[in-house]
Design a protein around this ligand. Structure first.
Ligand SMILES: Nc1nc2c(ncn2[C@@H]2O[C@H](COP(=O)(O)OP(=O)(O)OP(=O)(O)O)[C@@H](O)[C@H]2O)c(=O)[nH]1
Ligand SMILES: [Zn+2]
Length: 171
């Protein structure tokens, strides 16, 4: 860069960056699935959907942020096994705190729900802006990337999926 690395403003920057990365990548050292260890039976067999979960992650190619929202929904199993709503947001957070690509982040959240809740269906939709496409490179600030991952009934039943997508659009 041609900067003076020992000038006052930069002297502590390596340590600051290290601390910031420890925080941004903390999801590498915590098992994200552990947030779903606690479940309860609520005999609720219909859709549970949390929309507009703020999501901040870091693109693994440029180590620049991508951020936006996640919508996470699932249909509990016949026993009505559910998890706390906050746990869905925690799951997004922990998988986001890794060097990521949006497609993998979306699938990892969906697959964790399948593993831990054994639900009848799962839908995860994420919409994000990638700063590596905004502040550099192609410089298309505001371009949004949408990814989805559907499992079980959400994949097999077009009407179930359509209902969930309608609710996400109507929020
Ligand atoms: N599919 C996918 N691509 C991503 C994601 N985040 C960043 N990318 C892309 O990863 C690609 C890396 O491409 P490279 O050609 O290796 O890197 P680059 O020369 O910096 O590419 P440009 O960004 O086009 O300047 C770029 O096209 C990025 O837009 C993501 O979450 N998913
Ligand atoms: Zn990038």
């Amino acid at each position: 860069m041609g900067e003076d690395p020992i000038r006052e403003g930069l002297r502590d920057t390596p340590a600051r960056v290290a601390r910031a990365y420890q925080e941004l990548f903390a999801g590498l050292y915590i098992d994200p699935d552990s947030v779903l260890d606690k479940t309860f039976d609520e005999s609720h067999e219909e859709l549970v959907l949390v929309t507009d979960i703020p999501m901040y992650s870091t693109c693994e190619h440029h180590l620049l942020p991508f951020h936006g929202v996640a919508h996470v929904g699932y249909i509990p199993n016949a026993e009505g096994q559910v998890t706390g709503l906050s746990k869905l947001a925690r799951l997004v957070d922990l998988y986001a705190r890794r060097p990521q690509v949006q497609e993998r982040l979306t699938s990892q959240v969906a697959d964790a729900l399948v593993r831990k809740l054994n639900p009848r269906g799962v839908i995860v939709v994420m919409q994000a802006e990638h700063l590596c496409m905004g502040m550099r490179g192609i410089k298309k600030a505001g371009a949004l990337t949408t990814t989805s991952a559907v499992r079980g009934l959400m994949r097999d039943s077009a009407s179930t999926r359509a209902e969930a997508i309608e609710l996400i659009k109507a929020r």
